[in-house]
Write a protein that binds this ligand. Sequence first.
Ligand code: ADP
Ligand code: ASP
Ligand code: MG
Length: 439
Amino acid sequence: MKVMKFGGTSVGKPERMHHIVTLVNSDEPTLVVLSALSGTTNALVEIGYHISKGDRVMAKQTIDKLEAHYQNFINDLVKKPELIAKAKSIVAEHFEFLNIILKISFSEALSKDILAQGELLSTKLFCTYLEEQGIDHVLLPALEFMTIDHYDEPQIGSIKIKLSQLLKQHEGKKLFVTQGYICRNARGEVDNLKRGGSDYTASLIAAAINAKVCEIWTDIDGMHNNDPRIVKKTVPVEQMSFEEAAELAYFGAKILHPASIWPAQQYKIPVKLLNTMEPKAKGTLITEKAGSVGVKAVAAKDNIIAIRIKSSRMLLAYGFLRKVFEVFEKYRTPIDMITTSEVAVSVTIDNATHLKEVIKELEPFGTVEIDQNQTIISVVGNEISQTEDMIKKLFGSIMNIPVRMVSYGGSPHNISLLVSADHKEQILQQLNRGMFGLE
Ligand code: ADP
Ligand code: ASP
Ligand code: MG
């Protein structure tokens, strides 16, 4: 079986939904993972925000605007009167739910229920169109098999068992559809795999069913060598290893959810990044093989905070780093980069939820300095740290930009730099020129 995941823009317009049906309708058994229509999750976040602030008027306005969008969408999605009626009742059901929520007092759990409406709607509407086309299919509710534990980690073992039981109930069927992003948490409540999480769903499913391939269909022809939202001339990378893709995803290449590579990597499932608008384009193949040595791509991760702990007591003191790390562990705050000197250690984090508590507990160790608004620039490529001239090229092309931290050698495939966010565009552009020869 193969897994095909389609992102928001790939299903964002009725004609796009029609188009992807031509891509999924083959003889090969296929499990389709869908995101919400583009813009929907952002609107649902906004609705939750207004409700949490007690601004029911704004929440209602946003709900009504979104509902109007869906009414328009279904007008062009299906033609048969009975299926128009079905699509209308799907939309009515989900917006009725949102309108009921307006009257309930806000909670974290309720906000997750709001966020889940996007994927629930897109999959049901997609199946209505499949029905109109007379294409046999089964809708598998993700909330019946996709689960996360107390630490928000997907429970791959249980996902495997539940999904295979569900698939067994439909033996002989070829086309399955399910929701990306949404899941159930350890308390049995509706939850999600964080923004962009449909990629993660696809990879988890591919691992759970030992799929032949996990295809991520989006609006661009694969992983590019640089961020196409910022740099004009970028080119797709044909092949890369799981390690390279994982580094790029984690360090800001938005095309993939940060955690979406490990399930495929662990279960050795090839991942393909493909373009819905240009299905014949090669895209990017991600397997155990890197394809080539040397730099593949650069990515930028925003909203980074650098923390420096200066302490004369650190000098030759074993156990110092353990104590520092324990503070971050206590507050479940992951560290991305780390550099040390004899009298100081600098780390970066991107989760500021417990920043105040972390600082308070670090202060007894020495002077604590904070730099907000930083960006990690990661240069990724198979064995780049061993590649001749790499460092010269890298630093040669950014000599005019102040660098706050450098991480080299942690992974043979990644060199990361920490710069002020103000320099992000400039550094990505200069690296494009200096490392890829692209203007
Ligand atoms: P989807 O809705 O299909 O999940 P996303 O918007 O999440 O799509 O991801 C695709 C987008 O990722 C592209 O349109 C592109 O702007 C952005 N992107 C950022 N970095 C890269 C990169 N290195 N290669 C390709 N796309 C990238
Ligand atoms: N709809 C969700 C989001 O916008 C998940 C996804 O698109 O992958 O974040
Ligand atoms: Mg995405």
